[in-house]
Design a protein around this ligand. Structure first.
Ligand code: DC
Length: 234
C-alpha cells in the first residue's frame, strides 16, 4: 500500500518568502510545518546570550560543549495556529527574528556539530511524512528523497526590501542598507560553507519569485504539491 502523505522540501535564499508559502501549504494540506531556520536562530540566540558569539569573536568550542543542554521544540500559538520556537522552555519566537540574531546565524549554522544535532531532530520531525519543511539543505541533506523539492530565489534587492518591510512593520529600528548587507552576507556564508552549503538539489523545481505575486507563486506550488501527492498515490 502506498503512503498517502509526502515530504515537501522548500529550500532557497534568505527572505525569499519560503516560510510564508510553507505555512500556507501545510495548512491547506493538513501537514506539519517545520521552520528549520528558526532552529538555527534559536541556537544562535543561545550562543549570543552566553557571550559565545559577538561582533569580534566566536567561541565555537564553548557552544559545542553546551549543545547537549540546548533543547529546541515548537509549540502552537493558539491565537494564530502557527508553530513557535521554544528554547529551553522559553518561547523565543519574537527574539529570534531580530536583525541582531540574523547577523550571527550564518556563522553558527556553519558549525558541523550544530548541523548534525539539528538535522537529526528535523529527520525525526519528518519521519511520519506529511510535513512541509523549509530551510537551506532540506532537499539535499535532511530529506534527499523528498517527493517534492522547491528551490526559491529572488534578487537580493527584492528580498532585502521584503525583509526591511517585515522588520519595520514590527517596529524594529533598522536601516534598509543594513538589511541588504545582511542578506548579501548570509547568501555568501550559507552558499560557501563546507558543510551542507545552500544549493539547489538536482531534482528541485526552481521558482524565481522576483516578479510573481504571492498568489501566483502559491498557485504554482500548490499545483506541484497536488501533482506529487497524486503521483505517489497512483
Ligand atoms: O530561513 P532563515 O533566514 O530563518 O535561516 C536563518 C539561517 O539559518 C540562514 O542564514 C542559514 C541557516 N539555515 C541553515 O543553514 N540550514 C537550514 N536548513 C535552515 C537555515
Amino acid at each position: 500500500m502506498t503512503d498517502p502523505k509526502i515530504i515537501i522540501a522548500i529550500d532557497g535564499y534568505s527572505s525569499t518568502g519560503k516560510s510564508t508559502v510553507a505555512k500556507q501549504l501545510s495548512k491547506t494540506l493538513g501537514y506539519i510545518y517545520v521552520d528549520t531556520g528558526a532552529m538555527y536562530r534559536a541556537v544562535t540566540l543561545f550562543a549570543m546570550r552566553n557571550c559565545y558569539i559577538d561582533a569580534t569573536h566566536f567561541n565555537e568550542e564553548a557552544l559545542e560543549r553546551q549543545l547537549p543542554f540546548i533543547a529546541i521544540r515548537f509549540e502552537i500559538n493558539p491565537n494564530t495556529g502557527v508553530a513557535e520556537v521554544v528554547l529551553n522552555g522559553e518561547n523565543v519566537e519574537q527574539e529570534i527574528r531580530k536583525l541582531e540574531v540574523a547577523r550571527f546565524v550564518s556563522q553558527v549554522a556553519a558549525v558541523s556539530v550544530v548541523r548534525k544535532k539539528l538535522v537529526e531532530q528535523q529527520q525525526l520531525l519528518g519521519k511520519d511524512k506529511g510535513v512541509v519543511m523549509d530551510g537551506r539543505d532540506i532537499g539535499t541533506v535532511v530529506f534527499p528523497h523528498a517527493k517534492l523539492k522547491i528551490f526559491m530565489t529572488a534578487t537580493a534587492k527584492d528580498r532585502a526590501e521584503r525583509r526591511f518591510k517585515e522588520l519595520t512593520d514590527r517596529g524594529d529600528d533598522v536601516s534598509y542598507e543594513d538589511v541588504l548587507k545582511n542578506v548579501v552576507n548570509r547568501d555568501h556564508i550559507d552558499s560557501t560553507r563546507k558543510d551542507s552549503p545552500l544549493k539547489k538539489a538536482d531534482d528541485a523545481v526552481e521558482i524565481d519569485n522576483s516578479n510573481l505575486t504571492l498568489e501566483e507563486q502559491y498557485e504554482q506550488i500548490l499545483k506541484l504539491a497536488n501533482d506529487a501527492i497524486v503521483t505517489v498515490n497512483s
